[in-house]
Design a binder for this molecule. Structure first.
Ligand code: SAH
Ligand code: SF4
Length: 400
């Protein structure tokens, strides 16, 4: 079990970095799968016979070396490079600000086409570094404890914008060979979690294609076991995730009765606990992975009793699982409180004694609002009021 402490000193370092978006009109190569890249190069006049080799070369420049300028791709003929520069671009989201927490967590605010903003969080740990990436601007779902769910504006991120988050983090951390990153050391971005803004399974194709790029054996080369996709429970997409991505799965479980889960994770009204558990039972076999992470946010007096803990272990019996307890992270206007530390430990203990790992997730980057569920575009204006949030959660104070 974790010896996590829920406090982080409040200091921060805000850096504003201006990086212009490349001029439009050209096709962005970032985020294209190998097949899509091949099609794009052929459409631009690359002879089919050469296409495979050109894909390999361009891929290596972009994802292994981190090169953004076609002129630097020196193993390609000069006029081929000129053709590439005319028709294509290697474009990442615009980095607007970077905040560094007292605990080393970094939060990036990124601007994407249309002027939308999303956030990416880098969490350094002793033997690894986890990048928490976003899959949507906002979220169409309205989990009542989640800040992102209060954001009205929603759009899916493109595969380029998803892969771009990984590339931008590597830029900032100096992890490309071009930047002199040492070889054979623990990688700075060694793990990815799709736990930022948005519901990844409502943007399935783009998430899948982006992960194909990230998992490719050349370039970013993150193994599928170092990628965890977190879903609120979009049941029809769960088997597809196993078959077409094959990454690890986390599920935002959060409650042990349909009555409470309907209130916390409203998608439960569509696919209830029993239906969800059915899909989860098949996942390890379909994806050939060991176990599923059950995420469980600890909300004082709502879902944190001993009875909840006992029901939880009963429900998941037979599913290879680990239960990740997340102390609730507050945000302005949030209608819940974090469970007391003793309560969280007592809950963890029941689960642990039933034979499941029950780590308590250390809140990271709280001082820069980078912790789980706190992400939301700061400049986004269409905010829901406190009353609206309470009303949707079915809580008193809705008319306040
Ligand atoms: N949409 C996906 C992934 C993003 S949320 C999902 O819901 O699974 C990542 C995790 O943070 C989820 O388990 C989510 O339920 C949890 N979370 C959301 N708001 C939170 C908050 N305020 N405090 C703690 N965890 C929160
Ligand atoms: Fe969306 Fe996940 Fe937040 Fe629910 S918890 S509103 S699904 S981002």
């Amino acid at each position: 079990m974790s010896d996590a402490k829920p406090t982080v000193p409040v200091t921060q370092d805000v850096v504003t970095i201006a990086r212009k978006l490349p001029e439009g009109g050209r096709v962005n190569l970032v985020g294209l799968t190998r097949d899509q890249l091949r099609d794009a190069l052929i459409a631009a006049g690359t002879p089919e016979k050469q296409a495979k080799m050109r894909v390999g070369q361009v891929w290596q420049w972009i994802y292994h070396w981190g090169v953004r300028d076609f002129a630097a791709m020196t193993n390609l003929a000069k006029d081929y490079r000129a053709m590439l520069a005319e028709k294509f671009e290697i474009a990442l989201p615009e980095l607007v600000t970077r905040q560094v927490s007292a605990d080393g967590t970094r939060k990036y605010l990124l601007r994407i086409a249309g002027g939308h903003e999303v956030e990416t969080v880098y969490i350094p740990e002793e033997n690894r570094g986890t990048l928490c990436i976003s899959s949507q601007v906002g979220c169409t779902l309205t989990c009542s404890f989640c800040h992102t769910g209060t954001q009205k504006l929603v759009r899916n991120l493109t595969a380029a914008e998803i892969v771009g988050q990984v590339m931008l983090a590597r830029d900032d951390l100096g992890e490309w060979p071009e930047q002199g990153a040492p070889k054979n050391e623990t990688r700075l971005v060694s793990n990815i979690v799709l736990m930022g803004m948005g519901e990844p399974l409502y943007n399935f194709e783009n998430v899948r294609d982006a992960m194909k790029v990230v998992m490719d054996g050349e370039g970013l080369t993150l193994s599928r076991r170092r990628i965890t996709l977190s879903t609120s429970g979009v049941v029809p997409e769960i088997a597809k995730t196993a078959e077409e991505i094959g990454c690890l799965l986390a599920v935002s479980f959060h409650a042990t009765t349909d009555e409470i889960r309907d209130r916390l994770v409203p998608i439960n009204k569509r696919w209830n606990i029993e239906t969800l558990l059915g899909a989860l039972r098949d996942y390890p076999r379909l994806s050939n992975s060991e176990r599923i992470t059950f995420e469980y946010v600890m909300l004082k007096g709502v879902n944190d009793s001993d009875e909840d803990a006992k029901r939880l272990v009963k429900l998941i019996r037979g599913i290879p699982a680990k239960i990740n307890l997340i102390p609730f992270n507050e945000w302005p206007g949030s209608p819940y409180q974090r469970s007391d530390w003793e309560r969280i430990e007592a809950f963890a203990d029941i689960i642990y004694k039933a034979g499941y790992a029950s780590p308590i997730r250390t809140p990271r980057g709280e001082d820069i609002m980078a912790a789980c569920g706190q992400l939301k575009s700061a400049t986004e204006r269409a905010r829901k009021s406190r009353a609206e949030i309470a009303a949707e959660a079915g809580l008193p104070g809705a008319s306040a």
